[in-house]
Design a protein around this ligand. Structure first.
Ligand SMILES: Cc1cc2nc3c(=O)[nH]c(=O)nc-3n(C[C@H](O)[C@H](O)[C@H](O)COP(=O)(O)OP(=O)(O)OC[C@H]3O[C@@H](n4cnc5c(N)ncnc54)[C@H](O)[C@@H]3O)c2cc1C
Length: 434
């Protein structure tokens, strides 16, 4: 009953919300608003929702693929809460325990990092669970995380010479921050590790969509939103915002203007290069890093975890899914301009060695996401605006921002995007700002 009264009070303040962009941030905002009884309309420029986290049918491969492998950890609490709300947590698969298998292609060594479930890291004392060639003292270096300087890079914070760095911290940092460690901001890695590895194995159980990104993160959200008044308009690019007296009064689309009436609000959940075009004066990240994924059409043995980290090759993470083996290469600006055939020829030997599969290269699709995430550098971090931009520059009162590029304290991840969407919804519900 109390909730109904609160919902009525919220609805009296905010009657509908217009969300520009139906990526994870926009969807998370719509879900958080619907939980409070506020319906949203999502305007999506693309043919489907999902943004940088989507699945589609690939005619060349004859199957549905994801734009790229996405891994979640159990310590990604906002993302897990989002999945719980839309009833989709069970669509994730994975080993169910904290296990990270690696292969070093140069030496042929294989090992599995297996943190204990609890917070006391007994695993670092057990050679079968820790990184081979490391000892207790190497792990004590992780305590340096608490003291890192505001602008220190990952490479500066940990030094690049140690075995622990080369065999665990560097691969984790590149995957989580999508930025070369010599440039990547150590405090963003700290934020990820504090929520996951530093909480013990229970917080770093890896999981990924069993069927595909859209089946986990997008379709269940849309199905959950629909009976709660949520609407998705695809192929609907917002080209401009009309404002009067510090309020957005209309969204301009190719199909005409959509009025933003009194009591309605706007969540700008488009990527930063679009948001800064629509909102003059917005300072937002302007440098990005690519992620390259290669999807090979073949059946392989998934092993205990369904993925393996690869050192000493071009491939970085290899995921085994039904009928497809997908390879991720992050911080990929250095290779993104290479022709697809060359990338496939370079990566296929890594897949063969990592999985022990046959010689002939199967059909492959190379997916290049050139602006996969903002570059997680000190300079870009300073450009990340808060949800309530731009209080100080007199921006529209009925508009808030969302997206992995806003100042979430995390790198560009599903967790960051979800948190930003939830924060944007809370800001909308709190009402217009001064
Ligand atoms: C290949 C790849 C691998 C990744 N791997 C991981 C991973 O393993 N783990 C992890 O946590 N994260 C990963 N990420 C990051 C994660 O995908 C992103 O952080 C997240 O999807 C960003 O969501 P978003 O809603 O902030 O932005 P977006 O997904 O970019 O959503 C913005 C939406 O706005 C739409 N739009 C743009 N312009 C307009 C307009 N004018 N009008 C209307 N709509 C518009 C876009 O089409 C898009 O749908 C990966 C990203 C990529 C690309």
């Amino acid at each position: 009953m109390a909730e109904d009264v609160d919902r009525a009070a919220v609805r009296a303040r905010v009657s509908r919300v217009h969300i520009v962009g139906a990526g994870i941030a926009g969807l998370a905002a719509a879900v958080a608003l619907a939980r409070q009884g506020v319906a949203a309309t999502l305007y999506e420029a693309g043919p489907a929702a999902g943004g940088r986290c989507r699945s589609y049918f690939d005619r060349g491969l004859g199957c549905r693929i994801d734009n790229g492998n996405h891994l979640l950890l159990s310590g990604n609490h906002a993302a897990m809460a989002y999945l719980d709300t839309i009833g989709a947590r069970s669509t994730l698969g994975g080993p169910g325990v904290a296990r990270f298998p690696f292969v070093d292609l140069a030496s042929g060594e294989r090992w599995t990092v297996a943190p204990d479930a609890g917070r006391i890291p007994w695993w670092i004392l057990r050679p079968g669970r820790r990184v081979p060639g490391t000892g207790l003292r190497d792990y004590l270096a992780l305590l340096a995380l608490r003291r890192i300087g505001a602008d220190s890079t990952v490479a500066e914070a940990f030094g690049t010479a140690g075995v622990l760095y080369q065999r665990l911290l560097e691969p984790l940092a590149v995957a989580a921050l999508n930025t070369p460690p010599a440039e990547a901001l150590a405090r963003l890695l700290r934020a990820v590790l504090m929520d996951t590895l530093m909480q013990g194995g229970r917080a770093c159980i890896p999981s990924f969509p069993r069927e595909g990104l859209s089946a986990s993160f997008v379709d269940p959200a849309l199905a959950w939103l629909e009976p709660r008044g949520g609407r998705l308009l695809t192929g609907c690019r917002v080209a401009a915002l009309r404002t009067e007296e510090r309020r957005v009064t209309a969204l301009e689309t190719a199909d005409g203007a959509v009025a933003v009436n009194a009591g309605e609000a706007v969540v700008m959940a488009a990527p930063p290069w679009v948001a800064s075009g629509l909102l003059p004066g917005l300072i937002a990240p302007e440098q990005f890093q690519a992620i390259v994924n290669l999807h090979f059409r073949l059946d392989a043995e998934p092993g205990e975890t369904g993925f393996v980290g690869v050192l000493g090759g071009v491939a970085e993470w290899v995921f085994v899914k039904p009928g497809v083996v997908s390879v991720t290469i992050s911080a990929a600006n250095r290779i993104v301009d290479l022709p697809a055939e060359e990338l496939a020829a370079r990566v296929w030997p890594d897949v063969r060695a990592a999985l022990g599969v046959g010689e002939a290269m199967p059909a492959v699709r190379v997916v290049k996401e050139r602006r996969a995430t903002f570059a997680a550098t000190a300079a870009q971090e300073r450009r990340r605006p808060g949800v309530r931009w731009p209080a100080e520059t007199g921006g529209p009162r009925n508009l808030v921002l969302a997206g992995d590029w806003t100042s979430t304290g995390l790198p560009g991840t599903i967790e960051g995007a979800t948190r930003s969407g939830t924060a944007a919804a809370a800001a909308v519900v709190a009402g217009d700002r001064a």
